[in-house]
Design a protein around this ligand. Structure first.
Ligand SMILES: *Cc1c(COP(=O)(O)O)cnc(C)c1O
Length: 397
């Protein structure tokens, strides 16, 4: 294996506009949260995506934790989510003492299988957390109908979903609440860490502003609605610094160009690798009708698990940083005793074991995309690959 990768997996987004805004925030001596840049960003999100309220947070993890506080998750509550997700999706609710109920994912999108959801619903279910994997939407109409039928909340983990949509609606705008991440590995970043809590259910807005300000009504005070502010509720420090908001602002102005740039890279992969898919060698991501994606992830799935191991090795030894994704949460040590898996379990583990994410970022050199594609083609063309694959099958006794 080579030490330095020729083609990195990700490069944090940097447009060059961030510097001026960060300096301006610094020199304006307005550094704490809820300043000019925070408000600019929040208004941008509300206007562009039709959110009733957008509140910037220090991370998407914080946004999910706020959501759990807002719907009063208490021990004994159950929260339904896919097992194929990041730990934060579960932690936010496990921190409040909830039991995590996992359902299987769909093979085509790696999203929560909406047809298995009802099986997981009990009288203890408080919320469903759809995770829009790779910025490709879950089947939200079905999920929202079930939530309405049983009177439960839907909180979209749209950490990967900014600039993606479902039937014309922005991801994050469909459930009662939603969340975005601006971590440096996501499509847009507020300088390494950052997030957004999206509130569509208006009845949750007032309390959200209190919880975010350490349980005080400081926001109302700043708006001149009360003449002193005091401790009103439980809360935390869920505000990012103005520096983070200023950094993000330098990217929002170019959000569409950036999205199209990523989608272009994604399409080259999809086109160039389609022949291998037709030959039955690999599977590519599927974008269901009505979903518009944001090219957050481009992955391929091999047919057999051991092929993924060899292909990964082949890519990495040729200087391409490809990576696996989630270890399903229900197999992880922290899930023991606080979670259960309901219904069929056909895809979560078997699909994730075969999934390899390829390098993608805004500004990635197209030659590098072709280089990755060529390496994958060569892997499948080479006689060597055939030998590796057949040799690794269990020998006949
Ligand atoms: C990145 C991510 C998170 C966490 O986001 P942070 O901003 O790093 O806290 C949560 N859920 C999913 C699905 C993610 O991809």
């Amino acid at each position: 294996m080579v030490d330095s990768m020729k083609v990195e997996f990700n490069q944090p987004l940097y447009t060059g506009q961030e510097d001026a805004h960060v300096l301006s925030a610094m020199h304006g001596r307005c550094l704490a949260g809820n300043g000019t840049y925070t408000r600019l960003c929040q208004e941008w999100f509300e206007t562009k995506f039709g959110f009733n309220k957008a509140l910037m947070t220090p991370s998407c993890t914080h946004a999910l934790e706020m959501a759990a506080l807002l719907i009063n998750v208490v021990p004994g509550d159950e929260i339904i989510m896919p097992s194929y997700t990041f730990s934060s999706t579960a932690n936010a609710f496990a921190l409040r003492g909830a039991e995590i109920v996992f359902v299987d994912v769909r093979q085509d999108t790696m999203n929560m299988d909406e047809t298995l959801l009802e099986e997981g619903i009990s009288e203890k279910t408080k919320a469903i957390i759809p995770v829009h994997y790779g910025g490709i939407s879950c089947e939200m109409d079905v999920i929202m109908n079930l939530a309405e039928k049983y009177g439960i909340y839907v909180i979209e983990d749209a950490a990967q979903g900014m600039m993606a949509s479902y039937k014309g609606k922005a991801l994050g705008s469909i459930g009662h609440m939603g969340s975005y991440s601006f971590h440096e590995t996501k499509n847009y970043t507020s300088g390494g860490e950052g997030g957004l809590l999206i509130i569509n259910d208006k009845s949750l807005i007032n309390r959200a502003e209190i919880i975010r300000e350490k349980g005080t009504n400081r926001t109302q005070f700043l708006k001149g609605m009360v003449d002193k502010y005091s401790w009103c509720d439980i809360g935390g420090s869920f505000l990012p610094s103005e520096i983070q908001a200023a950094y993000l602002w330098g990217q929002l102005e170019q959000a569409t160009v950036i999205n199209e740039g990523r989608r272009h890279i994604w399409s080259i992969y999809a086109q160039e690798l389609s022949a291998l898919e037709k030959e039955g060698r690999i599977c590519l991501p599927k974008v269901p009708l009505g979903c518009r994606h944001n090219a957050h992830i481009f992955y391929i799935k091999t047919v057999k698990q051991y092929e993924a191991v060899f292909l990964m090795d082949h890519l990495r030894s040729n200087g391409v940083s490809a990576v696996y994704h989630y270890v399903p949460l229900h197999t992880a040590p922290a899930s023991r005793g606080i979670s259960r898996f309901v219904g069929q379990h056909d895809h979560t583990t078997s699909e994730s074991d075969r999934l390899i994410r390829l390098p993608i970022w805004y500004g990635m050199d197209e030659d590098d995309v072709h280089c990755v594609v060529d390496l994958i083609r060569r892997f499948y063309e080479s006689k060597n690959a055939e030998e590796i694959l057949f040799d690794s099958l269990p020998a006949k006794q």
